[in-house]
Every structure is written in structure tokens, then in C-alpha cells.
Design a protein around this ligand. Structure first.
Ligand code: FAD
Length: 546
């Protein structure tokens, strides 16, 4: 029977959940197109039901993934193929598929995360033992982190400026279109699929993936390649906005996002970072007077590249201990404060509004992330960045191993950024871009009747006034858990002490430069010193629509 002798080419989707600019998918399509009588094409996604229980993924991100898989299946069907969702653990699934599908070639996108590397090495070993060819392609980032590190003589560049200098000399990979439609011969026949009971390969439903539907928020950022591309086009439509973009001038607390919100799409690879970068460059070429990294939009994408590169060289990137970049700081454990922060009950309305937006919607602005991360760690609560990272890991749609850890280290002044004496005020910071407190009124509705002058500091209102506003502290909204004006000063002293000890421990070692306070990346943090250039944020926010 022909079906038994025909070989199968598998592309394994993990991240990179798209058909455009996907070299590993393209490889099996072009191979099959060249010899349709010889090959079947089966793009797969492996869903390990076990991870639904242990993975730190909130309901909103499960929904995003479910929508993404649905969309991917639709895209593939337009190319005369489909998505095969296979249930099980990769190391158990592959031996089965290799045999029953008579597999000849397996392709996938490379991944720098330690968990993925272990998994991929195990699968490659199984494939090798079965005599199956495996090809991997680097397409989650614009530059291959390994090549950047090699260019730097085997060491990861530890400053953004150094990283920029290195990649300037690297060639960009060609951005691919989506593959051509497959010949019908490359698909197993109806009979064969029925014999296999192909319904088992259907995409999971929302009910199957979202175990806690009561935790779902509004579906503001639907998952999928189609939406990712649409969102990118929408952002790029306003070329002047793109050319003038400066991150410190966007608002952490606008009611509509003041930045692109492409991060969830880039995280899952619904959108190719290489395509986004190319499109940005094309626009900038038409507008020679454009903003520059680190604050420009291109600069933002390059932050992503920077963190991927440094993370690729450190398997302990997501923890303090054993992490070559990370200063050792004696953080305290304080479960009540951590819980108050996690659920938006610190008594600081700006901080609470941000944490509630995160829980409801799965996305918050970069500077809002700055505010709550500084508050949790070196600013106010003196709790480890790893705790904050865990909460973000669960709640963010765009949760990303390298970016989450890298940015948490930055904000806690544990690595990459060392001006620990620049602390965000949980009161003044938000006021700059939203003096009326509309953002707080939206996410902390119990405070909605407070006047502008007290909405950021409800403790200033008398008890009688609190009653008039319908929100009494300690009853309807918490008292603040710490006094920022006192604790942040104590924490700066603790930080100074920790830096001193780290310096002593590291003296004479190559990491000295990591403690250099004069690094160039501080533009990203200008808002902390009040150097923001006027309030352009509201205008920018208005232009940025979903
Ligand atoms: P835009 O400003 O429109 O930027 C475009 C793209 O550039 C983003 O989509 C993102 O891919 C990249 N980018 C922008 N800023 C950064 C940055 N500082 N570092 C790395 N890449 C960046 N981003 C994630 O994607 N996943 C995370 O898990 C994550 N965790 C973070 C944790 C903390 C404590 C902080 C302070 C930041 C974190 N970030 C993370 C970075 C940043 O906040 C988001 O990428 C950005 O806010 C996403 O919104 P956007 O797509 O509108 O960004």
C-alpha cells in the first residue's frame, strides 16, 4: 500500500506559532513540494496534558494559546495542510510517531530556554537512534544569540551598547513569506486519516485548556498570527508615531495602550520579530529624523535581542543563586506583603491598579512594570525579584523566560542597571501622566469618588471625607502596608551595603564592569529622575488603538 511506504516530514511547532517567516516549516513544505509523491507533510504541536497542572500559566494565557492554535490550524488549512495536535510528552510521542508515520525528517525552531534545550536534546537523541534527520532553525530572534556570543569571543555582551556594536556587524537573515500551497498528494488520504482516528489531532477547545474559566478577563488581545499581523500593521500605519517613538514618553497608565502590545505575539512567535524589525527599518528609512535606540521602537526590539543573548549564556538566568550576572542581595521573606502586592492590596492605589490590570487583562505597560517591580524589591517591600517574576510568569500574556528574568534583575538593580538610589515613587510617578487618576478609578473602582488631590494618597483624607467618598480605609480599601517615605530610604542603605559586599567578593574578577554605575542604558529609566519631556503620552495613547 502506497501509504505505508510514503515518508513523512514533520515540523514541530513550539514557539514560532505562525506560517510566515518560518524557515523550519518552510523546509518541510519545499521538500514536499519538490517531490509530492514521496512525502506526506505533518505540522504538529505537542500538548502534554501534565503541564496543565504544573505550569505557571494563568487562564488568560491558556486562552491566548488556544486561540493561537486555532488560528494556526486555519492558516495551515489554507495551504492544503492542517495542524496535528498530539497529546503526550515529547519523549513518548516521538518514538510512536516516528514509527507509525514513517518519519524521514523532523524540523523545529531552536530555543535557548534550559527546559527546552533539555527536551530538544532528548528528542534529538531519540531521532538519531531511529535514523531520522533533524534540522533546527533560529527564527525566534532577529540575531542568533550563539552567533552574537561567538562574535564576542565566546562571552555574552553584558551591556546593551556593547550588544548593539556587535550586532551592527552581523548579517540579517532573509525574512520569508509564507510557504506556497501544498500539492494534495502531500496529505494522507481520508481513509488513512479515518483509520488513524484523526479527530484525536484536533485543536484543544477553550474548555480543555482553561481549567479556571472564572479567572478569565476580557479578551482584549486575542491570540493568533492573524491578529498579530493585523496589530503590527495597525501600529505601523502611523509612520510618524513610529519614527518619533520614545519609550520614556509613553504612559504607564493610559486607558488605551500607549505602546504596540505586540509582546504576546512575539512571545508565542505568532509574529516574526524579524519581520517586525524589517518593517520598522523600512519606515525609518523614509523618515531620516527618527528616534534612536535605546528609546526608539527599534531600540525596544533590540532590548529583546539583548536579553535573549545574555540569557542564552546563563542557564540560571531566572534565579539569583548561581547566576553569573546577578548580585546577591539578602531579600526578606514576607508572605503577607507579597500577597498584598500580588492581589493589588498594598494601599497604594497606583500600584494596586497596575497589579489588578495585570490580573484582569494579562498585559501592563513597561513603565507600569517598572513601578510595581521597584515597589516589590529595592523600593519598598524588599522582597526578592524571583517572587515577582513568579507572579508575572503566571499572569502575563507575554511571559518570556529571558525577558521576564532580565527585566526583573534590571528593576531590582541586581544586574544590568545599578543606580539603586533612583527609586520610583508609588505616588508621584503615576501622577505625571494621569493627574486625574482615571486609571486608578478604572481598576480600583472603590476609590472612584476620591478627588484628584487624594486619589493617589487616600490616607490624606479624613475619616469623615472617606465616608463621604464611600470608601473607608481599612474597610473598603486597605491601609498602606508600608510608608514609602521611610522604607525607601532604609532600603537604599541596605542596597548600598549589599553592593559593597558584592564588590568586595567580586574584586579582581572579570565581573567588575557589571558594577559600573555609569553605564549607557539609563535612558530607559529617565522617568525615574523626572527628565520626561512633557506630557506627550496622552496624545500618543489616543493614537494607539487596538
Ligand atoms: P513596545 O514598547 O511596543 O515594544 C515592542 C517590543 O519590543 C515588545 O513587544 C517586546 O518584544 C520588546 N520590548 C520592549 N521593551 C522591552 C524590554 N524592556 N525588554 C525586552 N524586550 C522589550 N516583556 C516580555 O515580552 N515578556 C516578559 O515576560 C516581560 N517581563 C517583564 C518584567 C518586568 C519586571 C519588566 C520591567 C519588563 C518586562 N518585559 C517583558 C518587557 C516590556 O515591559 C514588554 O516587552 C513591553 O512592555 C511589551 O509591550 P509592547 O509590546 O507594547 O512594547
Amino acid at each position: 500500500m502506497e501509504a505505508k511506504t510514503k515518508a513523512t516530514l514533520i515540523h514541530w511547532f513550539r514557539k514560532g506559532l505562525r506560517v510566515h517567516d518560518n524557515p523550519a516549516l518552510m523546509q518541510i513544505f519545499t521538500t514536499a513540494q519538490a517531490a509530492p509523491k514521496k512525502f506526506y507533510v505533518r505540522p504538529i504541536f505537542i500538548l502534554d496534558p501534565g503541564i496543565l497542572d504544573w505550569m505557571q500559566v494563568g487562564a488568560n494565557r491558556w486562552r491566548f494559546l488556544q486561540q493561537t492554535l486555532d488560528d494556526l490550524d486555519k492558516q495551515l488549512r489554507q495551504l492544503n495542510s492542517r495542524l496535528y495536535v498530539v497529546r503526550g510528552k515529547p519523549i513518548e510521542v516521538f518514538p510512536r510517531l516516528f514509527k507509525s508515520w514513517n518519519v524521514e525528517l523532523l524540523t523545529f525552531e531552536s530555543d535557548i530556554e534550559p527546559y527546552a534545550q533539555t527536551r530538544d536534546a532528548a528528542v534529538q537523541k531519540i531521532a538519531k537512534a531511529a535514523g531520522i534527520k533533524v534540522e533546527t532553525h533560529c527564527s525566534h530572534t532577529i540575531y542568533n544569540p550563539e552567533l552574537v556570543i561567538a562574535k564576542n569571543l565566546g562571552k555574552a555582551p553584558i551591556t546593551y551598547q556593547k550588544f548593539l556594536a556587535l550586532v551592527e556587524k552581523l548579517k540579517l537573515a532573509k525574512v520569508l513569506d509564507k510557504p506556497e500551497k501544498l500539492d494534495a498528494l502531500t496529505q494522507p488520504s481520508r481513509d488513512e486519516l479515518e483509520q488513524e482516528n484523526d479527530k484525536v489531532y484536533d485543536c484543544p477547545s477553550q474548555e480543555q485548556l482553561v481549567k479556571k474559566p472564572n479567572e478569565l478577563g476580557p479578551n482584549i488581545f486575542p491570540g493568533g498570527e492573524t491578529e498579530g499581523l493585523r496589530r503590527m500593521e495597525d501600529s505601523l500605519n502611523d509612520e510618524l508615531w513610529v519614527a518619533r517613538f520614545e519609550k520614556p514618553n509613553t504612559a504607564p497608565n493610559s486607558l488605551e495602550p500607549s505602546t504596540t502590545v505586540l509582546s504576546p505575539y512575539l512571545k508565542f512567535g505568532c509574529l516574526s520579530s524579524r519581520l517586525f524589525y524589517q518593517r520598522l527599518k523600512e519606515i525609518l528609512a523614509k523618515h531620516p529624523k527618527h528616534s534612536q535606540p535605546p528609546v526608539s521602537l527599534v531600540g525596544q526590539v533590540l532590548w529583546r535581542e539583548f536579553y535573549y543573548t545574555v540569557a542564552a549564556a546563563e542557564p540560571n538566568f531566572d534565579r539569583m543563586l548561581g547566576n553569573v550576572y546577578c548580585l546577591q542581595i539578602p531579600w526578606q521573606e514576607h508572605p503577607e506583603h507579597l500577597e498584598a502586592w500580588t492581589y493589588g492590596r498594598t494601599g497604594y492605589p497606583f500600584i494596586d491598579a497596575i497589579m489588578r490590570q495585570l490580573r484582569q487583562e494579562g498585559w501592563i505597560h513597561h513603565l507600569a512594570r517598572h513601578a510595581v517591580a521597584c515597589f516589590l524589591t529595592r523600593g519598598d517591600l524588599w522582597i526578592s525579584w524571583e517572587e515577582g517574576q513568579r507572579v508575572f510568569e503566571q499572569l502575563l500574556l507575554d511571559q518570556d523566560w529571558a525577558l521576564n528574568a532580565g527585566n526583573w534583575m534590571w528593576l531590582s538593580a541586581s544586574a544590568f542597571f545599578h543606580q539603586y538610589f533612583r527609586v520610583y515613587s508609588p505616588v508621584a510617578f503615576g501622577k505625571k501622566t494621569d493627574p486625574q487618576g482615571n486609571y486608578i478609578r478604572k481598576y480600583c473602582p472603590e476609590l472612584a469618588n476620591y478627588p484628584n488631590k487624594q486619589i493617589y494618597e487616600p490616607w490624606l483624607a479624613t475619616l469623615q471625607a472617606q465616608r463621604e467618598y464611600g470608601c473607608v480605609l481599612g474597610e473598603d480599601y486597605p491601609h498602606r502596608i508600608v510608608k514609602h517615605e521611610l522604607v525607601h530610604k532604609e532600603n537604599i542603605k541596605k542596597m548600598s551595603e549589599a553592593y559593597k559586599i558584592n564588590r568586595e567578593v567580586r574584586t579582581g574578577k572579570q565581573e567588575d564592569s557589571m558594577l559600573n554605575d555609569d553605564n549607557d542604558e539609563l535612558e530607559d529609566d529617565r522617568s525615574a529622575t523626572g527628565k520626561r519631556k512633557g506630557n506627550k503620552a496622552a496624545g500618543a495613547a489616543k493614537r494607539r488603538r487596538k
